[in-house]
Design a protein around this ligand. Sequence first.
Ligand SMILES: [Zn+2]
Length: 328
Amino acid sequence: MLWILIACQAEPEWGVDYTGERLPVVDMHLHPGQWELIPPATQAFLTSRFPFPFSLNPEGLAASVLTGEGILGELDKGGIEAGMLFAVYAPRTVGIASNEYVGEQLLVDPQRLYGLASVRVDQWETDEETELANLEDAVDSYGFVGIKLAHAHQHFRMDDPHYYSIYALAGQRGLPVYLHTGTSPFPGTAQEPAYTDPAYMEEAIALYPDTIFILGHLGFDFINKQPGTLDHCIDLATRYPNVWLEPSALGSRSSDPDGTVLAGAMSAIREAGLVGRTIYGSDGPQSPGFAAGYLERTVAAMQTAGYSATEAKMVLSENFYALFGKHP
Ligand SMILES: [Zn+2]
Protein backbone atom coordinates (compact mmCIF):
# COMPACT_ATOMS: atom_id res chain seq x y z
CA MET A 1 0.00 0.00 0.00
CA LEU A 2 2.74 2.40 1.04
CA TRP A 3 4.74 1.49 -2.06
CA ILE A 4 1.84 2.34 -4.36
CA LEU A 5 1.62 5.71 -2.63
CA ILE A 6 5.34 6.31 -3.10
CA ALA A 7 5.22 5.33 -6.76
CA CYS A 8 2.51 7.93 -7.40
CA GLN A 9 4.35 10.81 -5.73
CA ALA A 10 7.55 12.30 -7.06
CA GLU A 11 8.12 14.09 -3.73
CA PRO A 12 9.18 13.65 -1.00
CA GLU A 13 12.03 11.16 -1.15
CA TRP A 14 11.41 8.65 1.65
CA GLY A 15 13.98 7.55 4.17
CA VAL A 16 17.45 8.76 4.96
CA ASP A 17 20.89 7.91 3.59
CA TYR A 18 23.10 6.01 6.01
CA THR A 19 26.55 4.96 4.81
CA GLY A 20 25.19 4.41 1.32
CA GLU A 21 21.95 2.67 2.35
CA ARG A 22 18.47 4.19 2.28
CA LEU A 23 16.82 3.57 5.66
CA PRO A 24 13.12 4.07 6.50
CA VAL A 25 12.38 6.44 9.39
CA VAL A 26 9.59 6.79 11.96
CA ASP A 27 9.55 9.67 14.49
CA MET A 28 7.99 8.43 17.73
CA HIS A 29 7.78 11.78 19.52
CA LEU A 30 5.63 14.62 18.15
CA HIS A 31 3.35 17.14 19.85
CA PRO A 32 0.24 18.38 18.12
CA GLY A 33 -1.45 21.19 19.98
CA GLN A 34 -3.82 24.11 20.24
CA TRP A 35 -2.12 27.39 21.09
CA GLU A 36 -4.99 28.63 23.26
CA LEU A 37 -4.68 25.63 25.61
CA ILE A 38 -1.02 26.38 26.44
CA PRO A 39 -0.56 28.43 29.67
CA PRO A 40 0.65 32.05 29.07
CA ALA A 41 4.10 31.54 30.69
CA THR A 42 4.76 28.56 28.43
CA GLN A 43 3.42 30.46 25.37
CA ALA A 44 5.99 33.19 26.11
CA PHE A 45 8.75 30.59 26.54
CA LEU A 46 7.88 28.88 23.24
CA THR A 47 7.65 32.20 21.38
CA SER A 48 11.15 33.11 22.57
CA ARG A 49 12.44 29.95 20.87
CA PHE A 50 10.59 30.31 17.55
CA PRO A 51 12.94 31.63 14.87
CA PHE A 52 12.20 35.00 13.27
CA PRO A 53 9.79 35.72 11.55
CA PHE A 54 7.64 32.97 13.13
CA SER A 55 8.08 34.58 16.56
CA LEU A 56 5.98 37.53 15.31
CA ASN A 57 2.94 35.32 14.85
CA PRO A 58 3.19 32.32 17.19
CA GLU A 59 -0.50 31.53 16.89
CA GLY A 60 -0.19 31.33 13.12
CA LEU A 61 2.85 29.11 13.45
CA ALA A 62 0.99 26.85 15.86
CA ALA A 63 -1.93 26.58 13.47
CA SER A 64 0.29 25.72 10.49
CA VAL A 65 2.69 23.30 12.19
CA LEU A 66 0.98 21.77 15.23
CA THR A 67 -2.03 20.14 13.52
CA GLY A 68 -1.97 16.61 12.12
CA GLU A 69 -1.71 18.09 8.62
CA GLY A 70 1.09 20.46 9.64
CA ILE A 71 3.01 17.61 11.25
CA LEU A 72 2.70 15.48 8.09
CA GLY A 73 4.26 18.37 6.16
CA GLU A 74 7.15 18.46 8.64
CA LEU A 75 7.62 14.66 8.33
CA ASP A 76 7.69 15.01 4.52
CA LYS A 77 10.58 17.47 4.76
CA GLY A 78 12.71 14.76 6.42
CA GLY A 79 11.49 11.81 4.31
CA ILE A 80 9.93 10.41 7.51
CA GLU A 81 7.24 7.83 6.71
CA ALA A 82 5.29 7.84 9.97
CA GLY A 83 5.02 9.66 13.27
CA MET A 84 3.58 9.25 16.75
CA LEU A 85 1.46 12.08 18.17
CA PHE A 86 1.30 12.57 21.94
CA ALA A 87 -1.70 13.63 23.97
CA VAL A 88 -0.76 15.60 27.10
CA TYR A 89 -2.64 16.69 30.23
CA ALA A 90 -0.38 19.15 32.02
CA PRO A 91 -2.55 22.27 32.51
CA ARG A 92 -0.02 23.95 34.85
CA THR A 93 3.05 23.51 32.63
CA VAL A 94 3.06 22.50 28.95
CA GLY A 95 -0.73 22.64 28.57
CA ILE A 96 -3.32 20.25 27.21
CA ALA A 97 -3.52 18.26 24.01
CA SER A 98 -6.59 16.16 24.80
CA ASN A 99 -7.05 12.54 23.74
CA GLU A 100 -10.02 13.66 21.64
CA TYR A 101 -8.07 16.42 19.87
CA VAL A 102 -5.08 14.15 19.15
CA GLY A 103 -7.42 11.30 18.12
CA GLU A 104 -8.99 13.64 15.52
CA GLN A 105 -5.55 14.57 14.16
CA LEU A 106 -4.71 10.87 13.69
CA LEU A 107 -7.64 10.63 11.28
CA VAL A 108 -5.89 13.05 8.89
CA ASP A 109 -3.77 10.08 7.76
CA PRO A 110 -4.26 6.85 9.74
CA GLN A 111 -1.62 5.14 7.57
CA ARG A 112 1.14 7.51 8.73
CA LEU A 113 0.06 8.77 12.15
CA TYR A 114 0.04 6.79 15.40
CA GLY A 115 -0.96 8.15 18.82
CA LEU A 116 -0.24 7.90 22.52
CA ALA A 117 -3.17 8.74 24.79
CA SER A 118 -2.65 10.43 28.13
CA VAL A 119 -4.42 10.61 31.46
CA ARG A 120 -5.38 13.52 33.72
CA VAL A 121 -3.94 13.12 37.22
CA ASP A 122 -4.59 16.51 38.84
CA GLN A 123 -7.70 15.27 40.75
CA TRP A 124 -6.45 11.71 41.18
CA GLU A 125 -7.75 11.18 44.72
CA THR A 126 -11.33 11.51 43.60
CA ASP A 127 -11.15 10.87 39.84
CA GLU A 128 -8.84 7.86 39.48
CA GLU A 129 -11.53 5.43 38.27
CA THR A 130 -13.12 7.96 35.92
CA GLU A 131 -9.78 8.96 34.42
CA LEU A 132 -8.72 5.35 33.85
CA ALA A 133 -12.08 4.71 32.15
CA ASN A 134 -11.57 7.84 30.00
CA LEU A 135 -8.16 6.53 29.01
CA GLU A 136 -9.58 3.16 27.96
CA ASP A 137 -12.40 4.88 26.03
CA ALA A 138 -9.85 6.96 24.13
CA VAL A 139 -7.81 3.86 23.29
CA ASP A 140 -10.92 2.04 22.07
CA SER A 141 -12.33 5.00 20.11
CA TYR A 142 -9.21 6.26 18.36
CA GLY A 143 -6.83 3.31 18.31
CA PHE A 144 -4.12 4.83 20.49
CA VAL A 145 -1.20 2.39 20.74
CA GLY A 146 0.26 3.46 24.09
CA ILE A 147 0.23 5.96 26.96
CA LYS A 148 2.23 9.15 27.40
CA LEU A 149 3.09 10.40 30.91
CA ALA A 150 5.32 13.22 32.15
CA HIS A 151 5.63 13.06 35.93
CA ALA A 152 7.60 16.32 36.00
CA HIS A 153 4.98 18.26 34.01
CA GLN A 154 1.99 16.54 35.65
CA HIS A 155 3.37 16.82 39.20
CA PHE A 156 3.22 13.23 40.45
CA ARG A 157 6.12 11.22 41.84
CA MET A 158 7.53 8.29 39.87
CA ASP A 159 7.45 6.12 43.02
CA ASP A 160 3.96 7.05 44.21
CA PRO A 161 1.93 3.80 44.38
CA HIS A 162 -1.36 5.73 44.08
CA TYR A 163 -0.65 5.97 40.34
CA TYR A 164 0.47 2.38 39.79
CA SER A 165 -3.03 1.54 38.49
CA ILE A 166 -1.99 3.31 35.25
CA TYR A 167 0.98 0.95 34.81
CA ALA A 168 -1.16 -2.09 35.67
CA LEU A 169 -3.77 -1.09 33.07
CA ALA A 170 -1.04 -0.47 30.51
CA GLY A 171 0.29 -3.99 31.01
CA GLN A 172 -3.17 -5.59 30.80
CA ARG A 173 -4.01 -3.73 27.59
CA GLY A 174 -0.57 -4.14 25.98
CA LEU A 175 -0.02 -0.37 25.85
CA PRO A 176 3.62 0.73 26.24
CA VAL A 177 4.08 3.70 28.60
CA TYR A 178 6.25 6.55 27.33
CA LEU A 179 7.53 8.81 30.09
CA HIS A 180 9.48 12.03 30.19
CA THR A 181 12.71 11.65 32.18
CA GLY A 182 15.16 14.42 33.10
CA THR A 183 14.58 18.04 34.06
CA SER A 184 12.59 20.33 31.78
CA PRO A 185 12.88 24.00 30.78
CA PHE A 186 9.11 24.58 30.89
CA PRO A 187 7.84 26.99 33.57
CA GLY A 188 6.14 25.19 36.46
CA THR A 189 7.97 21.85 36.06
CA ALA A 190 8.65 19.73 39.19
CA GLN A 191 12.43 19.37 38.82
CA GLU A 192 13.21 17.24 41.90
CA PRO A 193 14.66 13.75 41.35
CA ALA A 194 11.44 11.95 42.35
CA TYR A 195 9.79 13.51 39.26
CA THR A 196 12.72 13.43 36.84
CA ASP A 197 15.18 10.64 37.75
CA PRO A 198 14.03 7.26 36.33
CA ALA A 199 15.72 5.47 39.26
CA TYR A 200 12.49 6.38 41.09
CA MET A 201 10.59 4.25 38.52
CA GLU A 202 12.39 1.05 39.50
CA GLU A 203 9.75 -0.24 41.90
CA ALA A 204 7.01 0.10 39.25
CA ILE A 205 9.23 -1.36 36.53
CA ALA A 206 9.89 -4.41 38.73
CA LEU A 207 6.26 -4.74 39.87
CA TYR A 208 4.83 -4.64 36.33
CA PRO A 209 7.07 -6.79 34.11
CA ASP A 210 4.33 -6.97 31.44
CA THR A 211 4.33 -3.19 31.08
CA ILE A 212 6.83 -1.64 28.68
CA PHE A 213 8.37 1.61 29.99
CA ILE A 214 10.04 3.87 27.40
CA LEU A 215 12.43 6.33 29.05
CA GLY A 216 12.16 9.51 26.98
CA HIS A 217 15.08 11.97 26.64
CA LEU A 218 17.44 9.48 28.40
CA GLY A 219 17.26 11.44 31.66
CA PHE A 220 18.87 14.53 30.10
CA ASP A 221 19.23 17.59 32.34
CA PHE A 222 17.73 20.30 30.10
CA ILE A 223 18.36 23.03 32.69
CA ASN A 224 22.12 22.57 32.96
CA LYS A 225 22.54 20.90 29.53
CA GLN A 226 24.26 17.87 31.05
CA PRO A 227 23.79 14.10 30.56
CA GLY A 228 21.85 14.08 33.86
CA THR A 229 20.63 10.57 34.72
CA LEU A 230 21.64 8.84 31.47
CA ASP A 231 23.51 6.25 33.58
CA HIS A 232 20.31 5.39 35.46
CA CYS A 233 18.44 4.89 32.17
CA ILE A 234 21.14 2.56 30.83
CA ASP A 235 21.30 0.70 34.15
CA LEU A 236 17.52 0.12 34.27
CA ALA A 237 17.36 -1.00 30.63
CA THR A 238 20.27 -3.37 31.23
CA ARG A 239 18.60 -5.01 34.23
CA TYR A 240 14.93 -4.96 33.07
CA PRO A 241 13.84 -6.23 29.65
CA ASN A 242 10.64 -4.12 29.86
CA VAL A 243 12.64 -0.88 29.73
CA TRP A 244 13.18 0.84 26.35
CA LEU A 245 15.02 4.06 25.49
CA GLU A 246 14.26 7.14 23.38
CA PRO A 247 16.86 9.86 22.60
CA SER A 248 14.71 12.87 21.66
CA ALA A 249 15.44 16.57 22.22
CA LEU A 250 18.78 16.20 24.05
CA GLY A 251 20.61 16.42 20.71
CA SER A 252 18.91 19.63 19.52
CA ARG A 253 20.94 22.59 18.33
CA SER A 254 20.19 24.48 21.58
CA SER A 255 20.94 21.60 24.01
CA ASP A 256 23.85 20.08 22.10
CA PRO A 257 25.45 22.66 19.77
CA ASP A 258 28.41 20.51 18.68
CA GLY A 259 26.62 17.14 18.67
CA THR A 260 28.78 15.52 21.35
CA VAL A 261 25.92 14.97 23.84
CA LEU A 262 23.80 12.88 21.49
CA ALA A 263 26.81 11.03 20.06
CA GLY A 264 27.90 10.19 23.63
CA ALA A 265 24.43 8.92 24.55
CA MET A 266 24.11 6.80 21.39
CA SER A 267 27.56 5.40 22.07
CA ALA A 268 26.62 4.47 25.67
CA ILE A 269 23.49 2.70 24.39
CA ARG A 270 25.51 0.70 21.86
CA GLU A 271 28.19 -0.25 24.37
CA ALA A 272 25.51 -1.50 26.77
CA GLY A 273 23.99 -3.71 24.05
CA LEU A 274 20.68 -1.80 24.05
CA VAL A 275 20.38 -0.81 20.36
CA GLY A 276 17.55 -3.36 19.99
CA ARG A 277 15.44 -1.47 22.56
CA THR A 278 16.04 2.09 21.40
CA ILE A 279 13.48 4.01 19.31
CA TYR A 280 14.11 7.24 17.41
CA GLY A 281 12.10 10.37 18.31
CA SER A 282 12.64 14.11 17.85
CA ASP A 283 10.21 15.93 20.22
CA GLY A 284 8.99 18.05 17.30
CA PRO A 285 7.52 19.71 15.47
CA GLN A 286 8.58 22.75 17.65
CA SER A 287 9.34 24.99 14.64
CA PRO A 288 9.43 24.47 10.87
CA GLY A 289 12.27 22.14 9.86
CA PHE A 290 13.01 20.91 13.40
CA ALA A 291 11.92 17.28 12.81
CA ALA A 292 14.03 16.97 9.63
CA GLY A 293 17.00 18.67 11.33
CA TYR A 294 16.85 16.40 14.38
CA LEU A 295 16.92 13.34 12.11
CA GLU A 296 20.09 14.65 10.44
CA ARG A 297 21.69 15.23 13.83
CA THR A 298 20.76 11.74 15.01
CA VAL A 299 22.17 10.12 11.87
CA ALA A 300 25.42 12.04 12.45
CA ALA A 301 25.48 10.94 16.12
CA MET A 302 24.99 7.27 15.18
CA GLN A 303 27.77 7.50 12.61
CA THR A 304 30.10 9.04 15.19
CA ALA A 305 29.13 6.28 17.65
CA GLY A 306 29.97 3.56 15.10
CA TYR A 307 26.43 2.23 14.36
CA SER A 308 26.28 -0.10 11.36
CA ALA A 309 23.45 0.47 8.85
CA THR A 310 21.68 -2.56 10.37
CA GLU A 311 21.85 -1.00 13.86
CA ALA A 312 20.77 2.42 12.59
CA LYS A 313 17.79 0.85 10.84
CA MET A 314 16.68 -0.77 14.09
CA VAL A 315 16.71 2.58 15.89
CA LEU A 316 15.13 4.56 13.04
CA SER A 317 12.15 2.29 12.32
CA GLU A 318 12.43 -1.47 12.97
CA ASN A 319 12.23 -1.28 16.77
CA PHE A 320 9.22 1.03 16.50
CA TYR A 321 7.33 -1.43 14.32
CA ALA A 322 8.38 -4.36 16.51
CA LEU A 323 6.88 -2.65 19.55
CA PHE A 324 3.82 -0.88 18.11
CA GLY A 325 2.98 -3.01 15.08
CA LYS A 326 2.64 -2.03 11.45
CA HIS A 327 -0.13 -0.24 9.69
CA PRO A 328 -2.13 -2.76 7.62
ZN1 LIG B 1 7.97 15.95 24.25
